[in-house]
Design a protein. Structure first.
Length: 265
């Protein structure tokens, strides 16, 4: 199984429109790894001929073209915020059917309210937190995280996903602050690969619903992750190489995620 980071950026991406900070300037000049599209992950089994997306970024069209993907087998949604779902519109006139997994409230919100959702035939697969689900050769479990921001008064629980992939354990936190519920922490302990929300490299910031880079590194240590990839990174972070040097100069255990990053699992 191959893991592909389709998008490693935050809500507005890097470079941010109209910004001339050092990180945005380098991103405009050099592109990847400093340039970041909005968050999405792909799991791809080339031999079996299927793939799965975790969230559908507003940049999904460009991401899939960049990776040579002609068809998506299934989507798993972490939550309903626009920067994680608007790419669903890009299935319109590309493929007629798509399998969609997620908590009922999230799936219904995306498919009933987002653009062309009613013009693409979605096979809705509702799941529950901590329910073990099998799709082809992939086993996965959704777990609650802490991301209560901008829910429009709706009772929608954001989740991350834990995958079992041929004996390996992959955890994707999705958007979350550090206050992940204890039951979730127990489920995701000792992952082979942890993909962690790491919004900004400040000791503290005003967003308790996202982790800082430092908090994400502490979470990796707490979970005893073998390898960690930091994602959902904002332009307010240092340029890619500088941030990598800060968190792990060898990139052996902590990798600052970037678009096109691929990892065999």
């Amino acid at each position: 199984m191959e893991l592909v980071v389709l998008g490693s950026g935050d809500t507005v991406g890097v470079p941010k429109i109209g910004c001339s900070c050092p990180t945005c300037t380098i991103a405009k000049e050099k592109g990847i790894p400093d340039a970041r599209t909005r968050f999405s992950i792909m799991l791809r089994d080339i031999e079996a001929g299927f793939n799965m997306l975790i969230d559908t970024s507003p940049d999904m069209r460009l991401q899939l073209i960049r990776e040579g993907v002609e068809r998506v087998s299934a989507v798993l949604y972490t939550h309903h915020h626009w920067d994680h779902v608007l790419g669903f519109n890009d299935f319109y006139r590309v493929q007629a059917v798509i399998t969609v997994f997620g908590l009922k409230e999230t799936v219904d919100y995306v498919l009933d309210r987002v653009g062309f959702g009613n013009l693409v035939k979605a096979k809705r697969k509702y799941i529950q937190p901590f329910e073990s689900v099998k799709y082809k050769s992939v086993e996965f479990t959704a777990f609650p995280v802490y991301h209560p921001h901008l829910n429009d008064g709706l009772n929608i629980q954001p989740v991350g996903y834990m995958f079992r992939l041929e004996g390996a354990k992959l955890v994707v936190t999705g958007d979350t602050g550090i206050s992940i519920p204890e039951e979730s922490l127990n489920l995701i302990h000792e992952p082979d690969v942890l993909i962690a929300d790491a919004f900004i490299s400040y000791p503290k910031h005003f967003l308790d619903h996202h982790m800082t880079v430092e908090e994400a590194v502490r979470l990796a240590e707490q979970l005893e992750a073998r390898k960690t990839i930091l994602v959902h990174l904002t332009h307010a972070n240092p340029p890619h190489a500088e941030l990598q040097k800060r968190v792990d100069p060898t990139a052996d255990k902590i990798i600052v995620g970037y678009d096109t990053l691929k990892l065999k699992i």
